[in-house]
Design a protein around this ligand. Structure first.
Ligand SMILES: O=P(O)(O)OC[C@H]1O[C@H](OP(=O)(O)OP(=O)(O)O)[C@H](O)[C@@H]1O
Ligand SMILES: NC(=O)CC[C@H](N)C(=O)O
Ligand SMILES: [Mg+2]
Length: 500
């Protein structure tokens, strides 16, 4: 996941984009970038770091204009350390195009090769997003060739883009002097919605509804899977379904962890989904442990709170805040590198001794992925004097890699991969370990919006609806993964392109 935003206004948009990115900061902490447009001139600033660090006053002053896009990055392809891979990306032809992307392409290596051999386009970084912008640019260029750009050309280009890309992509792009384009992959894996403000048709597109609400925009609707919308500089909104067979399969992990609870994605309030997950988890707990064995239910802040609260309510046991979160430490799961993640758990969370001393505690987390948090937390609960430490996860075991925009690309790093619940329990060191049931979780979220027929839930069920990595890349995954990061790498694609 990453956070993306785009806006067309009649006023300067630099502060608006900054504010929206701050509201999306939980989706990406590694890099941030904004591009604004004034007439047909584009202005860009992007760098590694959190929003507050990347944009100083002088940078903000250098972003004039009344339309723009922004991104906060959580790298899932290429190199987290590369400043160049911060988004948005820019290509000068046709017209001047900038683009920001949330998601992950699984055929980026093949596309890079194709772009080089057939389209004579050079990709200079390891980022799949640079591939994406070049595919879009090529498809727009093919349709215009020196002629003025029409809305039909734009939608025809998006249709062609859908045919070439595999994987997940929610996209915002500016076409200099023309307007704002946004589209979502045919499965709608990553979220994207838009809202309006004022009488003059100001439009904002964002990954999550919280970015609209927090900046004074009225949520209009989600962008449908496969749909594209184009807003011209006068604020006229055009939309078209550009995929042949769209189907709504939102990523279920957004509801578990990625999104903010005060957002609604694809018609589902994330907060409500988390409360319901707490209810189904309570049923699992009751089937394993009599509630009388539990003295207190304690959430592992931040994301597990709604589920833990509802679970405690269902069990009729007290809910207590046993861990205090240092608000100046970011989300640990989306930090790059295991060493920094491990260190950050202790920096981030501290136990309140009296909530643990002599008690049987049920700790609740939203998910257990690498097990970094759980291992540390269980140990901290014991150090604080807990008699028994039970652990419940509001998500099912994460057993398979995610290749659609969550940075868990290798199975071996997942604590639940190829392990029984008992084996995981021993590794984590809990007295009892209880997981959510996948079907129950899907059912309760689907009850909130029955239009969602299926979810993208590959990290739980190993089913990859938008395709898997090609066998050679799968085989080379160890090598095809950038050193120390575990992320997919595009290295070598160009050489192969040159040879063919
Ligand atoms: O098993 P792990 O690999 O440790 O990953 C899972 C943990 O990481 C996340 O917390 P994070 O600190 O990122 O964010 P939060 O404050 O939103 O809970 C998630 O909420 C779990 O607590
Ligand atoms: N998490 C994401 O959405 C990542 C976007 C893109 N694949 C990148 O690595 O920059
Ligand atoms: Mg957490």
């Amino acid at each position: 996941m990453c956070g993306i935003v785009g806006v067309i206004s009649q006023q300067p948009v630099n502060q608006l984009l900054y504010d929206a990115l701050l509201l999306l900061q939980h989706r990406g902490q590694d890099a941030a970038g904004i591009v604004t447009g004034s007439g047909s001139k584009l202005y860009m600033h992007k760098a590694r770091g959190m929003v507050r660090d990347v944009f100083r006053t002088r940078n903000m002053r250098a972003l004039p204009g009344d339309y723009g896009i922004g991104q906060v990055r959580y790298p899932t392809a290429g190199n987290a350390e590369s400043e160049e891979e911060a988004q948005p990306f820019y290509v000068n032809a046709p017209f001047g195009l900038v683009l920001a992307h949330n998601g992950n392409l699984i055929n980026a290596v093949a596309l890079k090769r194709e772009l080089f051999t057939n389209d004579h386009r050079h990709i200079n970084t390891e980022s799949d997003t640079e591939v994406l912008i070049n595919v879009l640019a090529h498809e727009i260029e093919r349709r215009t060739h020196g002629l003025p750009l029409s809305v039909d050309d734009i939608f025809a280009a998006v249709r062609a883009v859908h045919l070439r890309l595999r994987g997940s992509y929610a996209v915002v792009a500016l076409i200099a002097g023309h307007g704002l384009l946004a589209f979502r992959d045919p499965f709608g894996i990553r979220p994207l919605c838009f809202g309006t403000a004022g009488e003059s048709g100001e439009v904002m597109v964002a990954s999550e509804s919280v970015a609209l609400e927090g900046t004074g925009y009225k949520f209009e609707r989600d962008i449908a899977p496969g749909e594209a919308i184009f807003v011209d500089l006068q604020g006229r909104l055009h939309s078209e379904q550009c995929a042949a067979e769209p189907q709504r399969n939102p990523c279920i992990f957004e509801y578990v962890y990625l999104a903010r609870p005060d957002s609604a994605l694809d018609g589902v309030s994330v907060y409500r989904a988390r409360l319901r997950m707490g209810e189904t988890l309570a049923q699992r707990v009751i089937s394993v442990l009599p509630p009388s064995e539990i003295d207190v239910v304690i959430p592992i802040p931040e994301s597990s709170r709604p589920s833990a609260m509802q679970l405690a309510h269902r069990l009729g046991r007290p809910y207590r805040e046993g861990f205090v979160k240092n608000r100046y430490v970011g989300r640990t799961f989306i930090m790059p590198g295991q060493a920094v993640r491990k260190k950050s758990v202790r920096q981030k969370l501290n136990a309140i001794g009296q909530e643990f001393a002599g008690r049987n505690v049920l700790l609740v987390d939203d998910s257990i992925v690498r097990g970094t948090t759980s291992r540390e937390i269980v140990q901290m609960a014991r150090e604080a004097g807990a008699r028994k430490v039970y652990l419940a996860s509001a998500a099912p075991p994460v057993r398979y890699p995610n290749i659609y925009g969550i940075d868990m690309p290798t199975a071996s790093e997942l604590v639940a991969h190829n392990r029984s619940v008992e084996e995981i329990r021993q590794i984590i060191g809990a007295d009892v370990l209880i997981y959510q049931d996948l079907d129950a979780m899907k059912r309760v979220i689907r009850e909130i919006n029955p239009e969602i027929v299926e979810f993208e839930a590959s990290c739980f069920d190993g089913c990859y609806i938008a395709g898997t990595l090609p066998p050679d890349e799968g085989k080379n995954r160890g090598e095809g993964v950038a050193p120390n990061t575990g992320r997919l790498s595009l290295q070598g694609a160009e050489e192969q392109g040159q040879l063919s």
